[in-house]
Design a protein around this ligand. Structure first.
Ligand code: SF4
Length: 290
């Protein structure tokens, strides 16, 4: 499932940045950042293996609903909710027109079913209206990615992460970069984006950094390996910098390790214990120094 998205839901996160976001803002150090991203990509590909297999092949509309269910929910739970929704209703039209309580009941395995059920139905109704009665997002396949993502981002609760998910994780396999919380944290710590840059606006900056010769599979790999790295090494708490393949590229890791070394130096330990060096070396019976 689109489990990658655990932190965007109705107003919390993933708000559209603007109707047609500028996705070409590499900044004055754009080339250096791009080269660094290439190096990071190569290292992590060696670590986790590329190309990474796609985890499913859903239609764009299936993927949109799957992504909405996965907001702030564990993969296994949103997957169970999606399966139950598909089991109970014959198609998305039936979901759209059902009593909201029935949809809510079907997706009870995920977090906030009482918010997600009406939102999903609202989105299904809006798509039907805007597509003049047709409840499908297959038309996105023939739109340029940027245009299609802007269309998706005018839907309530759909921001850059969800629109990127619809393009890259569905059978469209479009060249779009989703940024989940792991990906975002690793990019910040590596200095690819500023620490102060939130995950929403980070999409445009990280996308602008992508080398132009990267195809959709490589962009997908980039998201996956940065996410894997956040899950398996660069944890939110206690990143394992000492064994990280990116340490020489990472200002945060280098600072952390230098700080740890300073904290465990004999001088620092003495400072922490509140005793001076001569005191600690003196036998208990020795006269105190003047
Ligand atoms: S060196 Fe540390 S902070 Fe930097 S990417 Fe690796 S684990 Fe994360």
């Amino acid at each position: 499932m689109a489990a990658h998205f655990q932190d965007e839901l109705f107003g919390f996160v993933d708000q559209p940045i603007d109707p047609l976001p500028a996705r070409e803002t590499p900044g004055p150090n754009g080339q250096a950042a791009r080269e660094k991203l290439r190096l990071v990509h190569q290292r992590l590909c060696r670590e986790y293996g590329c190309p990474v297999g796609y985890f499913h092949e859903l239609s764009p509309l299936d993927e949109l609903v799957s992504s909405l269910l996965s907001h702030r929910t564990r993969n296994s739970e949103s997957g169970a909710a999606y399966k139950e929704l598909r089991r109970r209703f014959s198609d998305w039209t039936a979901v759209r027109d059902a009593p909201t309580s029935e949809v809510e009941d079907a997706i009870r395995a995920c977090n906030w079913p009482e918010q997600k059920a009406p939102r999903i139905q609202q989105i299904l109704r809006l798509i039907t209206q805007q597509r003049k009665g047709e409840l499908s997002l297959d038309f996105l396949e023939i739109l340029p990615v940027r245009e299609g993502r802007a269309w998706l981002e005018q839907l309530p609760g759909v921001g850059p992460k969800t629109s990127a998910a619809v393009y890259i994780f569905s059978r469209i396999r479009g060249r779009a970069l989703p940024v989940d919380s792991h990906h975002h944290r690793v990019a910040q710590r590596l200095g690819l984006i500023p620490m102060s840059l939130d995950v929403g606006p980070a999409h445009a900056v990280l996308e602008a950094m992508l080398p132009e010769d990267w195809d959709a599979q490589t962009v997908y790999d980039d998201h996956e390996i940065l996410m894997f790295h956040g899950q398996r090494c660069c944890h939110y708490r206690g990143p394992e910098c000492g064994r990280c393949a990116l340490l020489d590229l990472c200002p945060t890791g280098q600072t952390r390790l230098a700080q740890q070394a300073a904290d465990t130096s004999p001088t620092r330990r003495r400072e922490k214990s509140g005793k001076s060096a001569p005191e600690r070396m003196l036998p208990a019976s020795a006269p105190l120094p003047e």
